[in-house]
Design a protein around this ligand. Structure first.
Ligand code: DER
Length: 223
């Protein structure tokens, strides 16, 4: 099975967590796109979605799925999203798609985070994937120095040669060389640095379930 087929497999499998008649929380990325495409098949059975990015909103609306503002809902039964890395406790690194801030906001509305990944995302310890951190531009250099003090090399994410600007109008640093053995403590520490909007460690908003696409089929992991 190709990686794309594994993503389609878990995107389809995630439908079983969608509660009929409700609004579903939807993440961002290529695996989530497979879920959105599968969700369209049952759009008459759901009320709609709360989206974590302009990209996902556009895809949902193009498929006729109503999109609600995050401020319009009290809570969601489930949030479906991908990850760049997931460890043995359901802690994740996210932000490869530059949507980490709104992803964490929508995840915080949900009772259950269901992570959909292909097996390449499984790691023992978070940090192999460059850690995305959304920052206020004027703080980028001082935050870079703080990561350097802990052995990380932060680089500004570029798009077409210019700093990438997120849906929230901020910049993203990608930090290499970290080994995040204590995700909860790491997320709490970095969150407090002035200028940090969101750090791409999802430990306080960890996954409850992971649907992992493997050559042997979909593995359901509960944390
Ligand atoms: O940016 C994100 O957080 C995405 O969810 C990312 O982590 C997964 O994207 P992919 O499914 O395209 O690998």
């Amino acid at each position: 099975l190709t990686q794309d087929e594994l993503k389609a497999l878990v995107g389809q499998a995630a439908l079983r967590y969608v509660v009929p008649g409700e609004i579903v929380g939807v993440g961002t990325g290529s695996t989530v796109n497979k879920f959105i495409d599968a969700l369209a098949a049952m759009k008459g059975q759901i009320k709609g979605a709360v989206s974590s990015s302009v990209a996902s909103t556009e895809r949902l609306q193009a498929l006729g799925i109503p999109v609600f503002d995050a401020n319009a809902v009290q809570s969601l039964s489930v949030y479906i999203d991908g990850a760049d890395e997931i460890d043995g406790q359901g802690f994740m690194v996210k932000g490869g798609g530059a949507a980490l801030t709104r992803e964490k906001i929508v995840a915080a509305l949900a009772q259950r985070f269901v992570c959909i990944v292909d097996e390449s995302k499984r790691v023992q310890t978070l940090g192999r994937f460059p850690l995305p951190v959304e920052v206020i531009p004027m703080a980028a250099q001082q935050i870079t120095r703080r990561f350097a003090a802990m052995g990380g090399q932060a680089t500004l994410r570029l798009k077409d040669g210019q700093p990438l600007v997120t849906d929230n109008g901020q910049h993203i640093l990608d930090v290499r060389g970290l080994s995040i053995a204590e995700p909860l403590a790491f997320e709490s520490e970095v969150n407090q640095w002035p200028g940090v909007v969101t750090v791409g460690v999802f430990a306080h908003q960890k996954a409850a379930v992971c649907l992992m696409g493997t050559a042997q089929g979909v593995q359901t992991i509960e944390y």
